[in-house]
Ligand binder design. Structure first.
Ligand code: PGA
Length: 221
């Protein structure tokens, strides 16, 4: 039985009160007969909410992991506005690197992504490295990759499970990656992806903003 990874990317959404409402609903995840040996959940809130998520999940005995959505390419220092890997590691174990929204809106080049990867690795963060196609370069040391074609992000127009499986095979022939699919994953289509042999889980954006919808995704995965 393969272990599935189900990742929520809350992007630049949620204030503290909105996060509280989300978590109040998400608590019912405990009532699910979730076999956590088979399904592992990672939530990636904005930096401002990492501590709140950490405390609330702990207080409620909810066994899911947390990740950050980005990391500074630099170590600690005079880099105004940046959050470095050592600081992130105080709150969580995972980090997303290479999302297409960051490559596009913040001009993150392969070189920058390599530096971020090195900072994350130096601080024992587990990286979920996002790629948009077979052409992307994956830095050494990355073990989890998430394939998210840009046409599928936030459009309701997901890639086909067959194509995602083909991309998974392409990369798994190079390295023993854990392979996630992302892009318009919904409760209705998640099972089509996770049933593919080489897809080890999903990365969910829009549909994770509603806690109930995200729970449905976890159930149906
Ligand atoms: P989406 O986003 O699920 O809204 O398509 C996925 C992502 O950008 O990580």
């Amino acid at each position: 039985m393969k272990k599935l990874l189900i990742v929520a990317n809350l992007k630049s959404y949620k204030t503290e009160i909105e996060a509280k409402n989300w978590l109040d609903k998400f608590k019912s995840v405990k009532d699910l007969d979730l076999n956590l040996l088979e399904k592992m959940v990672i939530i990636c809130p904005p930096f401002t909410l990492l501590e709140f998520f950490k405390e609330t999940l702990l207080q409620n005995g909810i066994n899911v992991s947390l990740g950050a959505q980005d990391v500074s390419p630099f170590d600690e220092g005079a880099y105004t506005g940046e959050v470095n890997a050592k600081q992130i590691k105080e709150f969580c174990d995972y980090v997303l690197i290479g999302h297409s929204e960051r490559r596009k809106n913040f001009q993150e080049t392969d070189e920058v992504l390599l530096r971020k990867t090195q900072e994350a690795l130096n601080n024992n963060l587990k990286i979920i490295f996002l790629i948009q196609s077979k052409e992307n370069i994956i830095p050494n040391g990355v073990e989890i990759i998430a394939y998210e074609p840009t046409f599928a992000i936030g459009t309701g127009n997901s890639d086909t499970p067959e194509n995602a499986e083909e991309v998974a095979l392409f990369f798994k022939e190079k390295n023993d990656y854990t392979f996630l699919y992302g892009g318009s994953v919904k409760p209705e289509n998640v099972g089509n992806f996770t049933k593919e042999d080489d897809i080890n889980g999903v990365l969910v954006g829009g549909a994770s903003l509603d806690a109930q919808e995200f729970i449905e995704i976890i159930k149906n995965a």
